[in-house]
Write a protein that binds this ligand. Structure first.
Ligand code: ZN
Ligand code: ZN
Length: 420
């Protein structure tokens, strides 16, 4: 076994006794989820934990972000990133530690759930940061755990950057991050190059002319206009892109009208686009604009539709050399069947912003969170797509060995740079 892996193993020999404590941290955060930019309690837990094992801690970066620094001699600076926010989803896992929290979102009360596993991410990072602090002889350099707000709205990484992250903290030699996903628990997977898609969300407001439902001749019906638009948007991926160019165009919200006998004035479409290539992204966004305007014109709309960007995520692109280094470390630590290659996924992440802004190489990987037997069964029957994914009200990673694997992966990857 290579020296970094041996040292990672010695650091991780303290994981066993810590697991019960980390499990209670996980359940506590799971049952107290907080929406994007409201992660006060979660940030407090992370900051307290880091302080208690000797990190210099700065809080309130980009509103609720937390940065820890543990300087342990000369050497590389490794940044480890976790997001902290939950989603406006009503939990349906039936777990004993399920959330029944509600919170205020834009003046409305909404249910809140850790449906994307960011509670697991926080726990992993607390675990890895604690173990590294307990074994200072096994590494040299600076470890910088970063707990980020508001990944789900695509604004948290940028908020930390806008709040002076790059000026206030040392430039990382490498930036590492991980996400729990559907996949066999205990398996880590990554790839060189683009690993998560770009995501663009748009709101489209289409204008018509309202009238009595019995007098269509006096109306310009935005319901029909919007319906035709939604159908035509489906042809972008099926008819305008090459079969080898992947993209997703999903209309997730279509709203118009209040009553069956009133033709409304306007319709609102909200849609989400995922792409893996900048040229494809531009083509898809251009086609959406063209179709929306043309459908409005075909319907005699009294005014041009309003297209407003809602949020935007860049690609997460893994640096090839840093990915090789991380994968070599994983392979020398985990059994070979627990380190896999993965295809790029249509999930999107703002993790990429840190590497882009700092011009530091970054590596992002996935950790499976599905019960290995259930996953193997689903693979056999070709039904893995039916397993509850991230953002599903029934998304519930199995705690073991998902928890242990994420902590191990962070320590092992850090040691690929920091091993003494
Ligand atoms: Zn998510
Ligand atoms: Zn997520």
């Amino acid at each position: 076994m290579a020296k970094p892996a041996l040292q990672a193993q010695s650091i991780l020999s303290n994981l066993g006794p810590l697991v019960t404590d980390l499990e209670s941290v996980y359940k506590d955060i799971h049952s107290h989820p907080e929406l994007s930019m409201q992660e006060k309690r979660t940030a407090g837990v992370a900051a307290d934990r880091l302080r208690s094992v000797g990190y210099e801690v700065t809080t309130g970066i980009g509103k609720t972000g937390v940065v820890g620094l543990l300087r342990n001699g000369d050497g590389p600076v490794i940044m480890l990133r976790s997001d902290m926010d939950a989603l406006p989803v009503r939990e349906a896992t039936g777990l004993p530690y399920a959330s029944n929290v509600t919170a205020n979102e834009n003046g409305k009360s909404v249910p809140v759930m850790h449906a994307c596993g960011h509670d697991m991410h926080v726990t992993w990072l607390i675990g890895a940061a604690t173990l590294m602090a307990k074994s200072p002889d096994a590494w040299r350099g600076t470890l910088m755990p970063v707990f980020q707000p508001a990944e789900e709205t695509g604004t948290g990484a940028q908020a930390m950057i806008d709040d002076g992250l790059l000026k206030r903290f040392p430039k990382p030699t490498a930036i590492l991050g991980q996400h729990v996903m559907v996949g066999s628990s205990g398996v880590v997977s990554t790839r060189s190059g683009v690993i998560t898609s770009a995501g663009d969300s748009l709101q489209i407001r289409m204008f018509g002319r309202g009238a009595h439902g019995s007098m269509p001749q006096s109306s310009i019906d935005p319901v029909v206009m919007a319906a035709a638009t939604v159908l035509r948007l489906q042809t972008i991926v099926s008819r305008e892109l090459a079969p080898t160019d992947a993209a997703v165009v999903t209309v997730g919200s279509l709203q118009a009208g209040t009553k069956e006998n009133v033709i409304p004035d306007e319709a609102i479409i909200k849609l989400n686009v995922r792409t893996f290539d900048e040229n494809v992204r531009k083509r898809v966004l251009g086609a959406i604009e063209r179709i929306v305007n043309a459908e409005a014109e075909a319907s005699r709309a009294p005014k041009k539709p309003e297209i407003t960007p809602l949020d935007r995520y860049g690609f997460v692109k893994n640096d090839p050399a840093a990915t090789r280094r991380t994968l070599d470390a994983f392979r020398s630590f985990f059994p070979s069947d627990r380190v896999k290659d993965t295809q790029p996924t249509t999930a999107s992440e703002d993790f990429g912003s840190f590497g882009t802004e700092w011009q530091s190489p970054s590596v992002f990987w996935f950790v499976g969170g599905t019960d290995p037997e259930i996953y193997a069964e689903a693979q056999k029957s070709g039904t893995t797509a039916d397993l509850p994914t991230n953002h599903n009200p029934r998304f519930a990673p199995v705690i073991h060995p998902t928890l242990e694997t994420g902590v191990q992966a962070l320590v092992v990857a850090s040691q690929a740079w920091l091993a003494a």
